[in-house]
Design a binder for this molecule. Structure first.
Ligand SMILES: CC(C)(COP(=O)(O)OP(=O)(O)OC[C@H]1O[C@@H](n2cnc3c(N)ncnc32)[C@H](O)[C@@H]1OP(=O)(O)O)[C@@H](O)C(=O)NCCC(=O)NCCS
Length: 185
């Protein structure tokens, strides 16, 4: 399992999605305004409560964490970041993020990727946090770079959008990068 996460940084409060977010999430879903929500978020308002409960369960089961990015001043949800595809034996997980379209360009994603990467490699017990991004997703490539991830290479034709393939850039942050975790642990 993962312990609950709460991080304040760069104007953001970063913490788990949970029942307290039901009204905001339901409003996004009802308005079909989905850019603040992660992939896999509910399609209908009726599914919101179950989704939020399942998010907590996945953390307790050690399957990952799904965190809301909140404007620390207003409490508004401005995006999300998750750690998923956990391999506990290798100590590996993959990070993914999104920021609400109207809130982009303020450094939120880079802040979140940096501090959640560091959390994963310390309190989260991971050795490696991986990040994959389509090579034409310039904003995401820039986020990875700004957040301190190292670009390792390209997975050619690794993604399919239903019409065509995309190459994926692979980045990582590892425990020795943050210098606080014994890489042999
Ligand atoms: C990728 C995404 C999360 C970035 O969120 P954000 O909060 O705007 O990111 P930041 O403000 O931290 O940084 C964005 C950087 O990309 C740069 N950028 C954005 N669009 C760009 C473009 N078209 N060309 C060049 N640079 C661009 C910004 O200038 C900024 O860099 P800078 O600080 O050096 O100026 C956001 O665009 C998003 O949600 N996209 C859709 C979901 C997605 O692609 N997720 C990533 C999947 S791997």
């Amino acid at each position: 399992m993962f312990a609950p996460v709460k991080i304040i940084s760069g104007g953001l409060e970063i913490r788990e999605f949970g029942p307290q977010d039901a009204a905001q999430v339901a409003a996004f879903v009802a308005a079909d305004d989905r850019t603040a929500l992660p992939p896999g978020a509910p399609q209908t308002v009726a599914e919101v409560d179950e989704w939020l409960t399942g998010t907590v369960r996945r953390r307790l089961d050690g399957d990952g964490v799904l965190l809301a990015l909140l404007d620390a001043a207003s409490g508004e949800i401005v995006g999300s970041i998750g750690l998923r595809d956990i391999d506990w034996r290798a100590g590996r997980g993959e990070i993914g993020y999104g920021v609400r379209a109207s809130r982009r360009g303020r450094g939120y994603a880079a802040t979140a990727a940096r501090v959640v990467g560091r959390w994963a490699l310390t309190d989260g017990g991971m050795r490696r946090v991986q990040l994959r991004s389509r090579v034409d997703n310039i904003a995401s490539l820039r986020v990875a770079e700004k957040a301190g991830y190292q670009r390792e290479g390209t997975l050619r034709m690794a993604d399919w959008d239903g019409e065509k393939t995309h190459d994926l850039a692979v980045f990582s942050m590892i425990s020795t990068d943050v210098g606080t975790v014994d890489a042999t642990r």
